[in-house]
Design a protein around this ligand. Sequence first.
Ligand code: FES
Ligand SMILES: [Fe+2]
Length: 390
Amino acid sequence: MPFLRNAWYVAAWSRELTDRAALQRTLLGESIALFRDSQGQPVALANQCPHRFAPLSGGKIRGDAIECPYHGLRFDRSGRCVHNPHGDGRIPQAARVTSYPLAERYGAVWIWMGEPERANTTALPSYDFLDEHRFETSSGYLLTKAHYQLSADNLLDLSHFQFLHPETLGSDEMASRGEVSFEEAGDTVWSKRLCRGESLQAFVAGAFGVPPGLAVDRGLNVRWDAPGLMTIEVAVTPAGMPFEFGRVSLSGHFLTPETEASTHYFFAFGLPKEMGDAARMLVEYAVLGLMTPFEREDLPMLEAQQRALGDGDFWAARPVMLSIDGAAIRARRIIERKLAEEARERDYAATLRDSADAYRSRRDDKALNEKEERRDVITVYPSGYATQGR
Ligand code: FES
Ligand SMILES: [Fe+2]
């Protein structure tokens, strides 16, 4: 299945990009070179030199340009070749590479791999809790060898905590005592889970300051925005108490397809700076603590699912549906609808291009015929010599 193109994806955490060396990352099946120019602005270029197809990411950053490591052509942030060290230095017209619109926000560099002119008109969902000016943040990254929608399924149904993460995130009460509801509006889906009277594992209890053995109510709300951008809000309060008495944690989870069968998983936590040192300590605790269940439990499960599916289509495998799947199915339907919209727009644009080409070629033929006809006209001047029309 193709990927949605007219959408923002996280390409990298901001801290990953420098003006010293480019980062190579495959996004939506395409190799991209990411770096910063001399002003510190992020740049994303197709990672293939148009001369002999060398990967630009292996080259040096020279001021505002990247230098191909093979024969030294240099390309600026727009993808234009700005320096040819050979011969008279003339720059061939075709010496350019695709450059992708970027936005830098919430500690991440976001890439737009669709029609460039549409990037400005499409807003990112808000992740204010990752605004580094006001919040202490900490982020993590994992590469998963599974389709990004399997990861979205995973995050949109957190009942799996009980079975896949019994010693860290789960509890024995999640599946049986969980009340689940789903909502959908536009391109957004919510999965809301409320579990009453849970006994938390030490890792989660520690994060929320819950004394050992105290029963709590836990709310787990996941917001999904196409194509794979999620916020998880976890609220914990002593059992029977309103949530205002408890604590809340907010985390962002951003899925960017690497290929059809692998996903860049970016996740981050943020807490208000007013909390002082505790905020820094808690966000780092959350990221470090989650790495273990993510790496040892989610990742092998997602990769095993991908192996089971192989190259086959998800729906063709006829998955059984449970009551917990409401949000994941809605998200998949939204992606399918948006993919169909993009395909229709592409077809329409192709039809317009074909008609324009046909019109141009008819116009050129007509002009040529008229020229030929004029050539056939012989003008006889009074002086007696003849000339051909032009
Ligand atoms: S391959 Fe890049 S300059 Fe030759
Ligand atoms: Fe998980």
